[in-house]
Write a protein that binds this ligand. Structure first.
Ligand code: PEP
Length: 257
């Protein structure tokens, strides 16, 4: 099945209003490209309104880096789906390894967040579920066991119909922000595993789910990664802060379409 390539920028706790303007301008110059690749930018939530001004006429989508699983209430410092949706977010990252490692995102919380995004009635949102193993887990040959456990916990209550709103990002923890990229063959192997796991649980609905690779994707390695059969695009951290590099990565994804 032909899936449209997807490239998502994760700015983490970086960027500012000026970078939002520069990046939007760089993407606007590539308007033709945006009809062939789904491009989304997840800036820090406070920059969503700045981005909204720039992307209004463009086909760039916005996203958030995390969400609180509750609707509203006494959750100091957190953002609800209603707040993020109002600020223009259509994609919500869930289960990023930095949140799993440092901010208490357990499997149970991740599952609650996935369900909250998919059950949100006010607006259709997409969840970008991040999974991936640490270096020690890879060395101990536990990669697929770890990824499978993360998938089955996060998607436990998700139905086949809801899978049209799910994107999965395979992000080996050892490759995130380290400059060590998984080789195309290593990434493809795990993507293939994820695709077959999804097919077992969701049958044909699994084929609509874009599988993104994340972990030190740069302008010069994107094309070989995206050439692999089960890699439908990328989740990009560091390189998404450089307009030229990010645009080049989006172009590399077009080659796949
Ligand atoms: C990420 O944080 O999702 C990521 C992939 O980061 P980087 O591209 O910098 O490795």
């Amino acid at each position: 099945m032909q899936r449209q390539p997807v490239v998502i920028a994760n700015w983490k706790m970086n960027g500012n209003r000026q970078l939002a303007k520069q990046m939007a301008e760089a993407l606007r110059e590539e308007a033709g490209l945006l009809s062939q690749v789904q491009v989304a930018v997840c800036p820090p939530a406070v920059l969503l309104p700045a981005w909204q001004q720039h992307v209004f006429y463009d086909a760039v989508h916005l996203g958030a880096q995390d969400v609180n699983e509750f609707e509203h209430g006494a959750h100091t410092g957190e953002h609800s789906l209603a707040l993020l949706g109002e600020a223009g977010a259509e994609y919500i990252l869930v289960g990023h390894s930095e949140r799993r490692q440092h901010y208490g995102d357990t499997d149970a919380r991740i599952s609650a967040k996935v369900n909250a995004v998919l059950d949100y009635q006010a607006q259709q949102l997409k969840v970008v579920l991040c999974v991936g193993e640490t270096a020690a887990q890879r060395e101990a040959q536990q990669t697929t066991t770890v990824v499978q456990a993360q998938l089955s916990a996060a998607l436990e209550q998700v139905t086949a119909a809801q899978m049209t709103h799910v994107i999965i990002a395979y992000e080996p923890v050892w490759a995130i922000g380290t400059g060590k990229t998984a080789s195309p063959a290593q990434a493809q192997e795990v993507h293939r595993f994820i695709r077959s796991w999804l097919q077992q649980k969701y049958a044909a609905a699994a084929d609509t789910v874009p599988l993104l690779y994340g972990g030190s994707v740069k302008a010069d390695n994107a094309e070989t990664l995206f050439a692999e059969q089960d890699i439908d695009g990328g989740l990009i951290g560091g390189a998404s802060l450089e307009p030229d590099a990010f645009v080049a990565i989006c172009r590399a994804a077009v080659a796949r379409s």
